[in-house]
Design a protein. Structure first.
Length: 241
């Protein structure tokens, strides 16, 4: 392997707990070996710091897959414009649920959040601005990140998008918003938890159908809120001992 990729191997080795010399084209470098979703994103942010900014790395499984994203002649990343056609998404009327929990400590304080590659790759300018204004800034970043992971778990078609293409906005009261989803976020000082419930409404041919679907949404929201409350309560109690 060319020496020009030594820096990439050195970065990867710190995240997969192998030496750079042990990394071959068949070495697995995805979430199965990098512990935690945030860490996989931090790994690619550090790779971007040395000039290899990859638009979407969700489909990278091995080191060979990573090299295929790079043009070996001029070190330019092969960019792909990827969009999600909402009409192609599963049209089933069954609602789906995703839940995620992340450690706040995996988010680092930086000098400029708007210019840091990790934050640029995972958050929009609006999201960064919102989190910077919150009293618990890092917890806010972690909560939004967890919500994005929950959305992907609820609907895998969003894996085609980078996280800065999945924008979690907030209403005037601070409630997190994302189209076709109901989202709940909670956090302690150390952890953030998010539940995302995708709303797949059937064709509204009859009023009774709409009412039934709304009742189903309420049920899922209640279940999601209950799960978040139980986990958060357990985490709080555990910190007392």
């Amino acid at each position: 392997m060319k020496n020009e990729y030594t820096d990439i191997k050195n970065i990867i080795s710190a995240f997969i707990k192998k030496t750079a010399e042990q990394i071959t084209e068949n070495t697995v470098i995805d979430k199965t070996v990098v512990q935690g979703s945030i860490l996989i994103h931090r790994m690619y942010a550090e790779i971007a710091d040395i000039g290899y900014s990859i638009d979407n790395y969700n489909d990278i499984k091995t080191y060979a897959d990573l090299l295929q994203k790079i043009n070996p002649e001029n070190n330019i990343i092969i960019q792909k414009n990827i969009t999600v056609n909402l009409e192609d998404k599963n049209t089933s009327s069954n609602n789906s649920v995703g839940i995620d929990i992340e450690q706040v400590s995996n988010f680092k304080e930086v000098n400029d959040y708007r210019e840091d590659n990790f934050y640029k790759q995972n958050f929009t300018e609006q999201e960064i601005a919102h989190c910077l204004l919150q009293p618990s800034m890092l917890q806010s970043f972690t909560g939004k990140f967890a919500a994005k992971e929950a959305i992907v778990k609820a609907d895998n078609s969003y894996k085609k998008l980078s996280f800065n293409q999945i924008e979690i906005s907030n209403d005037t009261e601070g409630k997190p918003l994302f189209h076709d989803f109901h989202i709940s976020i909670s956090h302690t000082n150390d952890l953030a938890i998010a539940v995302a419930i995708q709303i797949k409404e059937p064709e509204k041919t009859e009023t009774v159908i709409t009412q039934t679907n709304n009742n189903s949404v309420s049920k899922y929201l209640s279940i999601g809120a209950f799960i978040v409350s139980i986990i958060a309560l357990g985490l709080t109690v555990s910190q007392l001992f």
